[in-house]
Design a protein around this ligand. Structure first.
Ligand code: NCD
Length: 318
């Protein structure tokens, strides 16, 4: 596995939150918080990354993550190129690494990569020049590190004392990179009560999420929770036969206003989006007073600014 930290402890690549030391996470969150502005105020901007170039390579669909990486880079003064897979030479047979080397020769300083295959961000990170950074924007079901950071930041803004919280992660844990990255962030930041709430077929393999408590009963999992993170059913990672039927799923596992009342009265509701309204979450809940889903989106840009600033600012001759 490629080393994510430089010898001085600063971040060089961001491929996973697993194993990142707590001070690194805390520094990134603090830095991100510094980029958060209230809705209606002008977005934070600087020229810290002027002259740098960031390439977004997304080979899986994405709206929020791609746009927020793009805005994050631009708001720090960097230039951005977006490569759609249909346009890239990868589909014509040129290998992924040849594409990377071509872009490196064009002075790309950071690659932001989303791919459905395990190992692609790591493969690129292992092969780029020493001054080039690789950031994962979602790797298969395994990791979505900036999402984990933005989820931690969103929780921290509402519940500053993380250690005593009960966090319920609900739904398709098995196929969710969002759940895995949130898990790594929350554990490292000292949250001990993380509940993995979902039907047996959507629970992660036994060896994953060590120390998390598994609930196959929704009411029990929501009882007195401080934070409820709903997950999307990852249809694209399931065989047709394994897909739960939407109406039955909502009846058993959907977050409705009645079920939300099982949690603490001040509980917050999160969702990484895209949401399947009426399948994993009722619209009244998604748009209700306890929802922080829009805060998550806003925090996503701040977190990506913090990460880009850290991986790109340390370079000599900048
Ligand atoms: C998530 C993803 O792609 O992993 N979306 C996102 O980045 N906000 C979650 C999902 O697709 O369910």
């Amino acid at each position: 596995m490629t080393e994510q930290l430089r010898p001085d402890g600063s971040l060089r690549h961001l491929l996973t939150l697993e194993g990142l030391p707590r001070p690194v996470l805390e520094r990134l969150l603090e830095r991100a918080q510094g980029f958060v502005r209230p809705l209606g105020a002008a977005a934070a901007q600087s020229q810290a990354l002027a002259g740098r170039t960031v390439a977004n390579l997304f080979t899986e669909p994405s709206t929020r993550t791609r746009v927020s990486f793009e805005l994050a880079a631009k708001r720090l003064g960097a230039q951005v190129v977006n490569l759609e897979v249909q346009l890239s030479s990868r589909v014509k047979g040129e290998s992924m690494l040849d594409t990377i080397y071509t872009l490196e020769a064009l002075h790309v300083d950071a690659f932001v990569i989303r791919d459905a295959e395990v190992g692609v961000p790591g493969l690129v990170a292992a092969n780029v020049a020493p001054h080039v950074a690789v950031l994962s924007a979602g790797e298969a079901h395994l990791a979505h590190p900036t999402q984990g950071l933005l989820d931690a930041l969103t929780i921290q803004q509402k519940k500053p004392r993380l250690s005593g919280l009960a966090v319920a992660i609900v739904g398709d844990l098995r196929h969710s990179r969002v759940a895995r990255s949130a898990w790594h962030a929350l554990r490292t930041l000292g949250v001990s009560d993380v509940r993995l709430v979902g039907p047996p077929a959507l629970q992660p393999p036994d060896e994953e999420f060590p120390g998390g408590t598994r609930y196959t009963d929704l009411a029990a999992g929501l009882e007195a929770a401080d934070v409820i993170m709903m997950l999307r059913i990852q249809k694209e990672r399931m065989a047709e036969a394994d897909l739960p039927e939407a109406r039955r799923y909502f009846a058993a596992w959907g977050l409705t206003p009645e079920r939300l009342r099982l949690a603490r009265p001040d509980a917050i509701v999160m969702h990484p989006q895209p949401m399947n309204r009426g399948i994993e979450i009722a619209s009244e809940v998604a748009d209700g007073p306890q929802s922080v889903i829009r805060d998550q989106v806003r925090n996503g840009v701040a977190v990506r600014m913090a990460v880009l600033a850290e991986v790109l600012a340390a370079r000599e001759g900048a």
